[in-house]
Write a protein that binds this ligand. Structure first.
Ligand code: 25A
Ligand code: L14
Length: 337
């Protein structure tokens, strides 16, 4: 079997560390691995498949003889170095928001639109975490009964920001329990024992950029610009796992049982739905899993063509590292590297 030289950019971050775990767990065919991060992390040593690898500062030379480069170091790094990597002959799978809406760059969720990898020109974009879990759950329903409108509210964990936000939630939680004052650093206000309806920057239309990503990325991935979407994205004091309350309007009526049957057979989806025994997904239980979990499926009593549901996934795995490695697997399977 052919093996590939892999580079990870942002290797010391939360998503970067998960890249390494997922590559190991899925036995990705690697001939070598290069770990890149900022100069702050250069010289650090990290084990990959029981071999110690030294972290290097990302530079224009980082991509020589690299086949596949996985990026998760923020949009600014990706804007510059993804082009450098692609020019050097690597195929980039980029986790940032930098390239997602570029018409020349496929935006891929392997369960939904794997065929889009075929037209890559050196970069494939990995969608936003909240978008990924929503399309994995909704696309199987859309295939049998086209969706007309989606209204979604998210409950997003702090790990989406990175490890500094996990520390901030821990520190503030202790401070609140001890009756002390808190001070926000990476979040706009106190997040401990609180909720913040602000993820990414505000746009002129009143939505946040995170909410707008859910609109535009969903339409691009599902090839369905006609679907009307409104999102409200909320940060919650949870470490790992994003949750979503989703109301969907279909073209034809659909019974909750039929939706459960379709989703039970859908790739990457696990239905956990039995209110009689309080069975439904929640982030504490979903953290560490690969699946997108769906529960609370019910008829929307406000609309004859509507369903309501609750969708939870690990935002660092399916929302980031796992989805990116799955894209790399599709590239390999189809000989596109
Ligand atoms: O712009 P975007 O796309 O919206 O993305 C913004 C951020 O979101 C995260 C990612 O954070 C990114 O920075 N992210 C991106 N996609 C994501 C997704 N799909 C996502 N999060 C969830 N889901 P992150 O914490 O996951 O990763 C940050 C990584 O980026 C590396 N990095 C930063 N600058 C870099 C760079 N890599 C290459 N070149 C650069 N110039 C960063 O590496 C990390 O791996 P690091 O080694 O610099 O940081 C880890 C260590 O450094 C300490 N540290 C952090 N900041 C400082 C610091 N030390 C001193 N001073 C600082 N200011 C950390 O404590 C850690 O030990
Ligand atoms: O666009 O802060 O991929 O939870 C992923 C993490 C946006 C922000 C992206 C978060 C980022 C999000």
């Amino acid at each position: 079997m052919k093996k590939y030289a892999v580079a990870i950019v942002g290797a010391t971050g939360l998503v970067g560390q998960e890249f390494i775990k997922v590559l190991e767990q899925r036995r990705f065919p690697m001939s070598s691995v290069r770990l890149c991060a900022s100069d702050r992390s250069a010289g650090k040593r990290i084990f990959v498949n029981h071999t110690e690898v030294e972290v290097q500062e990302t530079s224009s030379r980082s991509f020589e003889h690299i086949d596949i480069a996985l990026f998760s170091a923020g949009a600014d790094i990706s804007k510059h170095f993804a082009l450098v990597a692609a020019k050097a002959g690597a195929v980039v799978v980029d986790n940032s928001s930098a390239w997602r809406m570029d018409a020349e760059v496929p935006l891929v969720v392997p369960e939904v639109n794997p065929d889009d990898v075929a037209w890559h020109k050196g970069i494939v974009a990995n969608p936003n975490c909240s978008t990924i879990q929503m399309v994995v759950a909704l696309n199987p329903l859309h295939q049998v009964n086209p969706i007309k409108r989606i209204v979604v509210d998210t409950y997003q964990s702090v790990s989406g920001i990175g490890s500094v936000a996990i520390e901030e939630l821990s520190t503030q939680s202790k401070q609140v329990l001890e009756g002390k004052n808190t001070a926000p650093h990476v979040l706009p206000h106190q997040i401990a024992f609180n909720l913040l309806p602000e993820i990414d920057v505000f746009l002129d239309n009143g939505y946040t950029k995170e909410e707008w990503k859910m609109v535009k990325e969903t339409q691009k991935i599902m090839h369905a610009e006609e679907i009307a979407i409104s999102a409200t994205c909320v940060r919650v004091p949870v470490y790992i796992g994003h949750s979503e309350a989703i109301s969907v309007e279909f073209t034809h009526p659909i019974a909750p049982d039929e939706a459960r049957r379709i989703l039970a057979d859908a790739p990457g989806v696990k239905v956990l739905d039995d209110p009689t025994v309080s069975l439904y997904p929640h982030p504490w239980a979903a953290a560490g899993s690969d699946d997108v979990f769906v529960g609370r499926i019910r008829a929307d009593n406000s609309h004859p063509l509507g369903l309501a549901m609750w969708v939870v996934a690990d935002n660092i795995r399916k929302g980031a590292a796992l989805n990116a490695v799955q894209i790399a697997e599709v590239l390999v399977e189809r000989g596109l590297v």
